[in-house]
Design a protein around this ligand. Structure first.
Ligand SMILES: Cc1cc2nc3c(=O)[nH]c(=O)nc-3n(C[C@H](O)[C@H](O)[C@H](O)COP(=O)(O)O)c2cc1C
Length: 278
């Protein structure tokens, strides 16, 4: 029999399952299960009608209270794209992508709507910020899924937030509009690979949150993941601080990643950029 949904679930977690063994690997479920980030692209441009379809799908994502607090900047100016890529030289796919976009949370529009309707707006809250960020994230996901359905590949770029002041100036993001992530888009050069996820036994809880088994489950996950794609020794992070580790895996990598302050510029930027976060 050809590939089934169960096969795709097994590819995703590296664990056996019976779920979906009688369903062919096709349709939206198969598309979601087959997701992979793509960082290398053919030079072919993304046709306008293809972009329009993917944008329409992105804007079909659900939205908190129907507030529709997403703003998407399509960076058509290759000079601006090169500038952003130049800030982040270790991610050459930013400058190379045939298309680059920035998905933003947009809280300004709602303030303007209130002003236009002459209504008060006593809602400068952290929740308001989160609603806009979530809306932007949902639109980003919907765009990626639509793009993959259209044969494209994508790579979100949160690292643009390391340069949030410059990015806001370059794209003229007014107060209340903040970048959630950039997005590289293009036709993939390679098949890419499925990135093994943490098992549902870690991420899915029943009736109450319970992470008692985390250490053992994590150790098994690290092993499964390394067995599939061993981290090359030269990819170990911060060896000057931590040295080389034999048992380098996802948990060691992430623990090393967060052993260093990351993006402490973002909170102050958001507070200066139109958010009280009360
Ligand atoms: C919000 C967000 C931001 C991301 N930022 C970056 C980034 O700055 N650079 C990058 O190369 N990949 C970035 N990624 C891609 C992740 O590394 C990737 O999704 C993850 O490794 C899982 O791989 P997969 O998407 O192929 O399953 C980002 C993904 C998301 C969802």
């Amino acid at each position: 029999m050809s590939k089934t949904i169960a096969d795709l679930i097994q590819d995703r977690f590296g664990l056996p399952t019976e779920a979906g063994h009688a369903r062919a690997a096709e349709g939206p479920l198969a598309l979601l299960l087959s997701h992979r980030t793509q960082r290398r692209y053919k030079p072919d441009p993304v046709p306008d009608d293809v972009l329009e379809m993917a944008l329409a799908a992105a804007l079909s994502a659900p939205s908190k209270s129907d507030l529709q607090q997403v703003g998407i900047v399509v960076v058509r100016d290759r000079g601006k794209q090169a500038t952003i890529g130049g800030w982040i030289p270790d991610m050459p796919w930013i400058a190379q992508a045939p298309l680059f976009m920035v998905f933003c949370g947009d809280h300004r529009r709602m303030r303007r709507v209130s002003e236009l309707r002459g209504r008060p707006f006593p809602n400068d809250t952290l929740d308001m910020f989160m609603n806009a960020a979530v809306d932007a994230g949902l639109a980003l996901q919907a765009f990626i899924t639509a793009a993959e359905a259209l044969g494209l590949g994508c790579c979100p770029i949160s690292v643009v937030r390391n340069h949030v002041e410059k990015l806001a100036a370059l794209l003229e993001l007014p107060p209340g509009v903040f970048p959630v992530a950039g997005l590289c888009v293009g036709y993939p050069l390679q098949a890419g690979f499925i990135s093994l996820r943490l098992p549902p036994a870690i991420t899915v809880h029943t009736d109450r949150y319970d992470d008692r088994d985390l250490p053992a489950l994590l150790a098994a996950y690290d092993q499964r993941r390394e067995a599939r794609h061993a981290t090359p020794k030269e990819n170990q992070r911060y060896v000057e601080r931590f040295g080389y580790t034999e048992s380098y895996g996802w948990s060691e990598d992430k623990a090393r990643q967060y052993s260093t302050p990351e993006r402490h510029n973002f909170g102050p930027f958001i507070r200066r950029h139109g958010f009280g976060l009360a």
